[in-house]
Design a protein around this ligand. Sequence first.
Ligand code: GLA
Length: 748
Amino acid sequence: MPVIFHEGAKEFHLFNQTLSYVLNVLPNGQLGQLYYGKRIRDRASFSYLMETSCRPISSWPMKELPNFSLEFTRQEYPSFGTTDFRQPAFEINQPNGSHISNFVYLSHSITAGKPDWAHMPHSYVESPEEAQTLEIVLADAVTGVELTLSYTVFEQISAIARSAKFTNKGTDPLRLERAMSLCVDFPDDDFEWMQFSGAWARERAPKVRKLEMGVTAIESMRGHSSSHENPFVILKRPNTTEASGDAYGFHFVYSGNFLAQAEVDTFNVTRFTMGINPRQFSWKLTPGESFQTPEVLMTFSPDGLNGLSQNIHTLLRTRVARGPWRDQPRPVLLNNWEATGMEFTEESILNIARKGAEVGVELFVLDDGWFGHRTEFSGLGDWYVDKSKLPNGVKGLADKVNALGLKFGIWIEPEMVNEDSDLYRAHPEYVLATPQRSMSLGRSQLVLDFSNPEVVDCIYHQLVESFEGANISYIKWDMNRSITECYSRHWPADQQGEVYHRYILGVYSLYEKLLAKYPHLLFESCSSGGCRFDAGMLYYAPQAWCSDDTDAMQRLRIQYGSSYGYPISSWGAHVSECPNQQVGRSTPIETRANVAFFGAFGYEMDLNELTDEEIEVVKRQVQFMKEHRQLIQFGTFYRLMNPYTNDKGAWMVVAPDQSEAIVGLYQQMNQVNTGFLQVHLQGLNPDWDYEIDGKLVRGGDELMSFGLMPQDASAHPLAMLFDPDGSIDLMGDYDSKLYHLKAIHHGS
Ligand code: GLA
C-alpha cells in the first residue's frame, strides 16, 4: 500500500521501498509538507516534523491561529499574497483584480494504478498493481475553483508523478497566470543544484552550483524545451558522488516553455518548483472549464548519481516511452544528411543505401530535401514529393530501399514553413506572427501556428498523401528554430497567453494522429539535434537525435551529460565522416564507433567514400552492435570517468544479471608521463570472476575496488613506438578501447 492516510493526524504518507513523501492538512486547512527523502517507517503522525517555533516580526494568516504563519510553513502548493512572500506555485487573477486565494482541503481519493490523460505526455502503468494514485481536492470558497493535486507513487521505481488541475466551478471567468506542476519545500538548503545546459551542438553539459539564499533558476522561453537549459534538474547533497549519497531528480514531461527554480529563504528552507513558464502564460478559465498542468516526475536515490540515473533510465524507458519499439533493440541506421545535404537524386541515394546494405545496416533514412521546391530558403510546408529528385515518389524510393533488404525512414519538419512555399502563399495566416510587426526568420523559416487545429490537420493530410503506399518504418521529426513574435491569428486577444501551450498541444496532437495512422513507426525526434530533448518527447519518440555535433570527442561529453537524465536507448548516435563537419577534427573510425555504440547506433556518411579496409572495420562494427545492442541499450549504465573534468572519459553497461559488461574508455588529449590509471568499475558481482576480452581473468570485487588497469601509452610515450604484442590500450589523442567482460560463474 504505497499511500496511507492517517485520518486522525490528517496526514498522507506516500512511499515505496526507496522513498517516503509525507504531507498533511495544516491547521488553516491548506496543505503542508512534512518530509521527502529516503524511505522512513510509517507513524500515526509525523506532525512534529513541522517547524512551529515562532520567529519575530511575522504576520499570521488567521487571527485565531497565533504562532502559525505561512512564512514559516513548508507547503504543498503555496499561493502568494497573504503571509508567504516566496515564489508561489500558482496565481489566479480574479474579475475584481485580486490574486488572493485560499485553497483548503475538501476530500481525497486513493486508487490503484494511474489515470490516463489523453492530450499530454505522461508516465503510465501497465497494470494497476504497479502504482497508487492519491488525488487531493481543495477548494477556494470565493472563486469557486477546485484544485486537484495528483500523486502517483510507483512501487518498483523510485518515482512520484505529480500534477495539478484547476476546475472553475464558480460563476466568473478567471485567468490562471501561473500553474506550476509541483512544489517541494525542503527543510534545509544543503544542496547542490545540477543543471544540464549548453547550446546548439553542445547540449546538456552538467553544471553544478551550491544553492544559496535567493532564487536559482533555469527556463526556456523559446517555445521548445531548448538545448540551452534542459527541463531536468538534480538536487544533490554536497557529499553525494556517482556511487553514494542522496540525489533528487525532477523531470518536466513537457516540450515547451518551462521554469524550474529553487528559492532558499532566510530560514534555509529550499522551495523547488517546476512547471510551464509563467512568463507570457495566461489561461482563461471560464466557468465549467479545467486546466491540467503537465506532469513532473520526481525521482530519488540514496545511491548517488548513478543510482538516480539508473532509476530514471528505467522510468523513462519503460513507463514514459511507448509503442512497439520501446523494448526493441534499435535498428542500425544510415542517414544521408552529412553525405548529400539536400542535393541528391534517387540514384545517388540508392547508391549510398546499397553500400549500407553491404555492411549490414538495417534502416536507411532519407533526410531533408525530398519535398516541395526545397532549398535552404524554400519548400518547407509543401509536403509533396519533388519529382525532379524522386521521380517515383516516396513509395518508389521506399520500395527500392526495401528491395535492398533495408527498412526505409524519412525526415520531416512539420511545424515549419518557408515564405517561399505554396503553403505560405496560400495561407499567410497559418504562421505565428504578431500583426504589424516584422517576423524574425530562423534558418530562413517561420513557425506554423500549431495552436490552430486546422493547421495541424493540413500538415497531417499532406504528409499522409505523400507517404501513400510507401512502406515507412521510421520518421525523423525535426524542429529547427525557436518561436519569436508569438501570436496566433486563430485566438482572440484575451487568449494570446495560451498560444505557447496550445502550440505544444498541437505538436503532441500531430504525433498522436501519425502514430494512430502508422502504429509501427519508430519516431526519432530532433530539433537541430538536441534542442527539444525532453521527457515529453520520449512519450511519442522513444529516441531523439542527440546533437548535430557528431565529432566523437564532443559526443563523448554530450552523451555523458545526457546520461544523467535520459536512457542510452533514447539518443541517436552516428559515426560520421572525418574531418568532422562541425569541428574539423579527425578521429579514428574505431573511436567514432566506440562512442556511438552507446546510443541508437548508425552512420551519417557516404560509406562509398571509405577505403576497403575501413569498410571491413565498419562491417565488424555493425556486427558488434547487433550482437551487443540488447546489453548496451537496455543494460544498467554507469558513468565512471567524467570527460568534462578528465583527459579521459569512461562508462560501462552491465547486464541485469551481472553476467556480462562492456566498458568504454576514451582518450581526449593525450599527455606524457602521467599518473597511473585505474578505472573503477561498478555494478559487477563481487563474488564472480570476469574474463576480459577472452584474455585476462579478474575478480568482480577487484575490478570495482582496485579497478581495471588499462595499459596507457601516455604513461610511457615510447611505448607508442614499440608495442609488439599490441598490449597498449590507449595510444594517443582520440584513442579508445572497449572491454568486454564475461562472468565466469561460481568459480569457487
Ligand atoms: C537539422 C538536423 C539535422 C538535419 C538537418 C536537415 O539540423 O539536426 O540532422 O536533419 O536539420 O535540414
